[in-house]
Design a protein around this ligand. Structure first.
Ligand code: C2O
Ligand code: CU
Ligand code: CU
Length: 508
C-alpha cells in the first residue's frame, strides 16, 4: 500500500513544481533610509521574512517562508509567537495606538506586506508597486483606526502573492478596543486563533504549489492536507468552559462550510471587521478565502472525555465539468476538490472547570447602512468579475500597476453602493469559479445579495471580503473617509488576483 503523500510523489505531482523556497541567491544589504518623521509610535515592531525549516512531519523538515518578529518598543504581548508553526507571529494592538513596523525582506524575491482589513493610508497599505527587493527594509507607520477585530497580514507582490502566502507568509493582526474589553469575552488561553489553510506536501515533506500549472491557477490552488495554525494534525484540548475561537480562512482558494460535527449550531459573534451587534446562530458558516468569523464555543454542556470536530461540510462546488482537467485522481486538488467534506480540527474536552462567563446578548453598536443613505443610491457602481483567456478581469480589464479607470475614481468622504457580480457564468466560462471580492482601505456592509449558499453567509457585520459564487451578486456600502490615494480591490482567490483579477480605485 502506498499512502497518499507517496502517491502524490509517485504520480509525479510536479517534482518540478516543488516550491523552491531555499536560500538567497544574493544578499544585498541596503540599509533603509532612516525616516525622519514626527510620528511617535506606541508600539514598534520588526518583521523579517526569510526561508526557514520547520518540523511539520516526522523526518525531513519542511522549507517554508516565514515571518519572524520582535518587539522594539511596547509590551512583549504585542507579539504572540506560535511555536513550530510556519505562520507569522500574531500582532496584538489597541485601537488608537500608533504603530511602526519595520519589514525586512530576506526572501530571495521581492515582497511587501499588506495589512488585510486595516484602514491605513494608501502609502502604508502594501500596494504591489511598493515591493522591496531582497535585503531591504520598508518601514510602516500608521494609527490603528479600526475597531476591535481579527485582521491579518500577508505579502502582496503582484503575480507572486499566491506563491508567497502558500509558502507560509501570513499572520493574524488582532485589535482590541474599549467597547470589546467591557464585554469580558473569553481571553488569554480561552481566546484561540485558528488559521485554516490547505496545502500539498510531497514525499519529502516539501510544499508543492500549482502541480498542474495553469489548471490550478484557474481553480485556485487547492491542497489535500488541511492545516490549522500550520499544523496538519491540529488538536485542541479544552475545558468545560466558553471559548472565543477566531477563525481565519487563510487558504489561497478553498472555501469552507464550517459546522460542529454533533449538529450543535455555531454561535457567531464577529465577522471580518469585528463584533456583531448580537450573537447569531448558524447551522453552518460558509467562509471564503480571507474571510474571518469568531465563534463563542461553550463546552460546558459536554462531559469530560467528549471529542468533537469542527468540520467542513459538502457543498455544490459550482465549478465541476472542468474542460481543463485531463486526469482525475492525480493531484491534491482532485483528491480534495472545493466542496468535499472533511474534518478541520479535533477538539477534546479534557478537564472540568466552572464557567464564569455568559454570552453577552448585546456585543456592539453597528450603524446599519441603507442603500438610500448612499450618494449613488440609484446608480450603484457596477463591477463584474470574470475570467477570460487565462486572465482575471474586472469590468473586462486586467490589473495594471498604476491604472485607474474613470469608473474607479471616488470622492473622499462619499458614501457609495457598489454592485459586485460574479459573471463567469454569464460570460460563458466553461468552468465558472467562485470570486471572493476584497476591498482594501475600508470595511463595508453587505446590504443586498443573491446566492446559493446564502444561509451560510454572515452578512450582519462589517466585512472586507464578500464571497460570490458563480452567478451571485452583492451590493455593498461603505464611506471612503480619512485617506486619499490608490487602493486595491480584487478577487482573494490568490491565483485569480495574480492572474490580474485586481484593480485600483482612487480616492481624491
Ligand atoms: Cu488580503 Cu489585497 O489582500
Ligand atoms: Cu486587503
Ligand atoms: Cu476569483
Amino acid at each position: 500500500m502506498i499512502n497518499r503523500r507517496q502517491f502524490l510523489y509517485l504520480a509525479g505531482a510536479g517534482a518540478a513544481s516543488v516550491l523552491n523556497l531555499h536560500g538567497l541567491p544574493f544578499a544585498k544589504t541596503t540599509l533603509a533610509a532612516s525616516k525622519k518623521s514626527d510620528f511617535s509610535p506606541d508600539v514598534e515592531l520588526s518583521l523579517r521574512a526569510k526561508p526557514a525549516e520547520v518540523d511539520i512531519f516526522p523526518g525531513q523538515p519542511t522549507t517554508v517562508w516565514r515571518y519572524s518578529g520582535q518587539v522594539i518598543k511596547g509590551d512583549p504581548s504585542n507579539l504572540m509567537h506560535l511555536d513550530q508553526s510556519f505562520l507569522g507571529p500574531i500582532i496584538r494592538v489597541r485601537q488608537r495606538q500608533k504603530v511602526r513596523i519595520h519589514f525586512k525582506n530576506d526572501l530571495p524575491a521581492r515582497s511587501i506586506i499588506h495589512w488585510h482589513g486595516l484602514h491605513v493610508p494608501a502609502s502604508m497599505d502594501g500596494h504591489p508597486k511598493d515591493v522591496i527587493p531582497t535585503g531591504e527594509t520598508f518601514t510602516y507607520e500608521f494609527e490603528i483606526l479600526n475597531r476591535a477585530g481579527t485582521y491579518w497580514y500577508h505579502p502582496h507582490p503582484h503575480g507572486r502573492t499566491g506563491h508567497q502566502v502558500y509558502g507560509g507568509l501570513a499572520g493574524l493582526f488582532l485589535v482590541t478596543d474599549a467597547e470589546e474589553e467591557k464585554l469580558n469575552l473569553p481571553n488569554e488561553g480561552l481566546d484561540i486563533p485558528l488559521v485554516i489553510q490547505d496545502r500539498v506536501f510531497n514525499h519529502d515533506n516539501q510544499l508543492v504549489y500549482l502541480p498542474r500549472g495553469m489548471h490550478d491557477s484557474m481553480t485556485g490552488m487547492l491542497g489535500d492536507t488541511i492545516c490549522v495554525n500550520g499544523s496538519p494534525e491540529f488538536k485542541l484540548s479544552v475545558s468545560t468552559r466558553a471559548y472565543r475561537l477566531r477563525i481565519l480562512n487563510g487558504s489561497n482558494s478553498r472555501i469552507y462550510k464550517l459546522a460542529w460535527s454533533d449538529g450543535t449550531p455555531l454561535t457567531v459573534i464577529a465577522t471580518d471587521g469585528g463584533l456583531l451587534e448580537k450573537p447569531i446562530e448558524k447551522k453552518y458558516v460558509v467562509l471564503g478565502p480571507a474571510e474571518r468569523i469568531e465563534l463563542w464555543a461553550d463546552f460546558s454542556q459536554y462531559a469530560v472525555g467528549t471529542s468533537l470536530e469542527l468540520v467542513s461540510k459538502y457543498f455544490e462546488p459550482a465549478m465541476q465539468g472542468s474542460a481543463l482537467g485531463p486526469r482525475r485522481g492525480m493531484t491534491g486538488s482532485d483528491m480534495l476538490p472545493n466542496g468535499a467534506p472533511f474534518s478541520v480540527l479535533k477538539i477534546n474536552v479534557a478537564t472540568k472547570e466552572t464557567e464564569t462567563r455568559s454570552l453577552p446578548r448585546k456585543l456592539s453598536e453597528i450603524e446599519r447602512y441603507q442603500r438610500a443613505d448612499t450618494d449613488n443610491a440609484d446608480n450603484p457602481r457596477q463591477f463584474s468579475f470574470f475570467m477570460r483567456h487565462m486572465h482575471g478581469l474586472i469590468n473586462g480589464r486586467t490589473f495594471r500597476m498604476q491604472e485607474v479607470g474613470a469608473d474607479e475614481r471616488i470622492r473622499l468622504n462619499s458614501t457609495e453602493v457598489w454592485e459586485l457580480a460574479n459573471d463567469d457564468r454569464r460570460m460563458g466560462m466553461m468552468m465558472p469559479m467562485p470570486h471572493p471580492v476584497h476591498l482594501h482601505g475600508k470595511q463595508f456592509q453587505v446590504v443586498e445579495r443573491s446566492g446559493a449558499l446564502h444561509s451560510g453567509y454572515v452578512d450582519e457585520g462589517w466585512k472586507d471580503t464578500v464571497l460570490l459564487m458563480p452567478g451571485e451578486r452583492a451590493r455593498i456600502v461603505t464611506n471612503f473617509t480619512d485617506y486619499t490615494g490608490m487602493f486595491l480591490y480584487h478577487c482573494h482567490i490568490l491565483e485569480h488576483g495574480d492572474m490580474g483579477m485586481m484593480r485600483n480605485y482612487l480616492i481624491t
